[in-house]
Design a protein around this ligand. Structure first.
Ligand code: IMP
Length: 430
């Protein structure tokens, strides 16, 4: 058995795209298990920049199977566009793409409602700062037992009935928030049928395919989306996404038992960023925040929003390690932190507060300078490092500190956007 789960350990945007891209080179199958097109990463294939939001990063490797599992919510119009583009580049051929019959569909009215709610702040509502991709409303329809699944798309009569059931709940809210016309169900059904005919041959029991692949000794990579602190149960609720982003989401999202999981790696930046609203204890003061944003190019891949930036929060990272069961840590953007003057790190919260007990909106981070960062040529040495030994002493000491506080070994270090700028300390698949 050789499986690897990779999840974000912060609030998303930890550089999962690059790390998964590197690790997927050794995978036979890459599986997304939660979320939808609220995620996004950029791949460079034959010099062309391709942004994927639904299809896992493994798609760049011909022969690697890409699975969209049942725990996802899938916007079929976005998926079609993405798959068309990838196929035009010679990717996702044959049976390399599979979509779970039981995954739920993000409807155009879910997306519309997401936006209407965000704009209705103040009228008895508060904005979360969502990506406005309809993710929350689609998951609400799912747990409300009125959602539309991928399998429903292939039976137009059943589809219309499912949509009517969903709209019986959604239509009053749409209208209250300013939508003028009711949803035209026959037209929507026609659009969906036309947009998803191609999907029927690739829709299947994804959990079964994953199980068989593992049983056959294949290397299977489970690719998380968003991050631990956006988990609907264990994140900074209510400023979270609507799915389980942590490793447990693999079991419920794919339909496989925990005994099937091997390594679980968490990805964290050497500092912290967040988009959308909600608490962020280690957010830097404005000048330092802008320095981090500039150095790290911290603008959202999905929405283009500037990210809030701050220092690494070790208590929060230790919490992420616990709720995911991390066996390894991948530290990204070490080069960016190396280029920043006088960085800080949060080693604990005042008064012994801990995430999980005290809401992050109430903790007071204890921030310390990272020692030795004024060493001349630090950023250059990080960028040039070909192995752990080449990293400057203060950087190695910082990584040791992270390991010690979090209690999980560092297994991969990213020192630049390029795939070659990756120091691998442990093989992902045994
Ligand atoms: P939603 O997932 O669009 O409902 O947004 C809920 C919260 O999760 C908002 O704060 C978003 O900014 C955040 N979020 C969702 N997806 C991502 C992601 O891929 N990276 C970072 N933040 C995300």
């Amino acid at each position: 058995m050789s499986t690897l789960v990779v999840t974000g350990a912060q609030w998303g945007d930890e550089g999962k795209g690059k790390v998964v891209d590197v690790l997927a080179a050794d995978a036979d199958m890459v599986v997304r298990f939660a979320g939808g097109n609220n995620a996004g990463h950029t791949l460079v294939v034959d010099g062309a920049k391709l942004v994927t939001h639904l299809v896992p990063s493994g798609c760049r490797y011909p022969g690697t199977a890409c699975m969209l599992a049942a725990g996802m919510v899938i916007d079929p119009f976005v998926l079609r566009e993405e798959v068309d583009t990838l196929r035009a580049h010679g990717l996702l051929q044959g049976d390399e793409l599979a979509v779970a019959l039981d995954a739920h569909v993000v409807m155009p009215y879910h997306r519309e409602l997401d936006g209407l709610r965000e704009e209705a702040e103040g009228r008895g509502r508060f904005a979360v700062g969502t990506t406005r991709r309809g993710i929350g409303p689609a998951y609400e329809s799912k747990v409300g037992r009125r959602g539309v699944r991928i399998r429903d798309l292939f039976d137009p009569n059943a589809l219309a009935a499912r949509i009517e059931a969903d709209l019986a709940v959604i239509e009053p809210e749409r209208r209250a928030l300013g939508a003028r016309e009711p949803v035209d169900v026959p037209r929507l059904v026609d659009r969906l049928v036309e947009a998803t005919a191609w999907l029927e041959p690739v829709a299947c029991d994804v959990g079964g395919r994953v199980f068989d692949a593992v049983a056959a000794g294949r290397n299977v990579l489970f690719e998380g989306a968003q991050g631990a602190l956006l988990d609907v149960d264990f994140g900074t609720y209510p400023y979270v996404t609507s799915s389980n982003t942590t490793a447990g989401g693999v079991c419920t999202g794919v339909g496989v038992g925990p005994g099937l999981l091997g390594e679980v790696w968490g990805i964290t930046k050497a500092y912290t960023t967040r988009v959308g609203r909600g608490p962020f204890p280690t957010r830097a003061e404005p000048a330092a925040e802008q320095a981090l944003r500039d150095a790290g190019g911290e603008y959202g891949a999905t929405t283009g929003r500037p990210r809030d930036c701050g220092w690494l929060d070790l208590p929060a990272l230790r919490y992420a390690a616990r709720i995911n069961g991390y066996t390894g840590l991948c530290i990204t953007k070490v080069d960016v932190l190396a280029a920043v003057e006088r960085p800080l790190v949060c080693t604990r919260y005042a008064d012994g507060a801990e995430p999980g007990t005290t809401p992050l909106s109430q903790v007071r981070p204890v921030l310390e300078p990272i020692e030795g960062w004024d060493e001349p040529g630090l950023a250059r040495a990080v960028a040039a490092a070909a192995s752990l030994r080449d990293l400057p002493g203060p950087v190695r000491a910082y990584l040791d500190r992270i390991e010690a506080v979090v209690g999980v070994p560092v297994v991969l270090i990213s020192t630049g956007a390029d795939r070659a700028k990756t120091l691998r300390l442990r093989q992902p698949f045994q």
